[in-house]
Design a protein around this ligand. Structure first.
Ligand code: RIB
Ligand code: CA
Length: 328
């Protein structure tokens, strides 16, 4: 699965694909990298992209999702709009990191790819109820509001989802929005509580691992050397996003969070972690949105998530570069 794969030209994508995926996202430059990695990987049949409010408001995240798909030459991808705010509390955004557009860096064109009329929540529920049991994987790379609303609308989908691979939380790495909370969880802790309590198997990509995946200049130069539209725009996006994160964390380049979820689907051996219980703090004003990971197994609580801690960063960037080269 991990080796170089060319995009099929004579077979339908569905025939070539080994997995059906829904990406739930709040683009976001790193979300764009995740979407491109999926679109450049023939193993994945992308059933749909569902946008959620997060890094920037929903009106921009859904537009950005359509832009990234069109930029990648995939105007066949269906994009849906979901929740425009959290289940509870104020909407939190991250323009300071992602810029006003959410995808600052390249010149963004207005996509011709139109938004689907169905809501993201209805699309998630309908797809999971229609597709065979345990055949659809959800990559959740923004606040978990859409997934939680879909689970509330139709709890049966919790038993039908093959796996939820989510970027969110932090344990040893703590938080990036508050000292103890990572953005995706902090933006909607009630939604995260619902998702981590559902029956679907969960793979959690916390800051602990994404802080080890750095967009160094050498890696950006390799992406730039691809020379297609997608890579050119992606390098501009990640250079913009990296200026904020490398200043914050120091060092050459910044963490690349969201594509680790898609990379885990394609090459799980690039990563390692441990099954743990994960609970979400929602009550304390000081630590609201913290992911409390029972790493040492001191409770008897259900081990509800594979908490990833380490990655082969070079192997990850080799995969990302190879697959973005499959785009236009
Ligand atoms: O904390 C990182 C996460 O928050 C990423 O998903 C990034 O896109 C932002 O949504
Ligand atoms: Ca995101």
């Amino acid at each position: 699965m991990c080796g170089k794969k060319d995009v099929p030209n004579d077979m339908s994508r569905a025939e070539e694909a080994e997995m059906k995926v829904i990406i739930d996202t709040d683009p976001g430059q790193d979300d764009a990298a995740a979407i491109m990695l999926a679109l450049g990987s023939p193993e994945i049949e992308l059933l749909g992209v569902t946008a959620v409010a997060g890094n920037v408001p929903l009106s921009l995240t859904e537009r950005n999702a359509r832009y990234v798909c069109e930029l990648s030459g995939r105007t066949d991808v269906r994009v849906f709009a979901g929740a425009d705010g959290p289940l509870k509390g104020d909407t939190v955004t991250a323009e300071h990191a992602h810029g006003k557009t959410g995808l600052d860096g390249p010149e963004i064109f207005e996509p011709s790819l139109t938004l689907q009329c169905t809501s993201a929540i209805d699309f998630i529920v309908e797809t999971l109820m229609e597709e065979p049991v345990e055949s659809v994987t959800i990559c959740a790379i923004g606040p978990l509001t859409n997934i939680a609303l879909a689970l509330k609308k139709q709890p049966e989908i919790g038993r039908r989802i093959k796996r939820i691979v989510l970027m969110g939380g932090g344990y040893f790495a703590q938080g990036n929005v508050t000292p103890s909370a990572e953005f995706n969880i902090y933006a909607d802790p009630e939604a995260a509580t619902i998702v981590f309590a559902c029956e679907a198997p969960i793979v959690m990509m916390p800051l602990d691992v994404t802080h080890k995946i750095l967009t160094t200049k050498e890696r950006m130069d390799r992406l730039a050397a691809i020379g297609n539209n997608a890579s050119e725009a992606l390098v501009k996006m990640l250079t913009f996003y990296g200026r904020h994160t490398s200043a914050k964390y120091g060092g050459d380049g910044g963490p690349l969070h969201d594509p680790t979820t898609v990379a885990w689907l394609l090459c799980p051996d690039l990563f390692n972690g441990r099954m743990c219980n994960v609970e979400i703090e929602t009550q304390s004003p000081l630590t609201r949105g913290a992911t409390v990971v029972d790493w040492w197994g001191v409770t008897k609580r259900r081990k509800n998530a594979l908490v990833v801690q380490n990655a082969d960063a070079e192997g990850f960037f080799k995969l990302l570069t190879e697959r973005v080269a499959n785009l236009i």
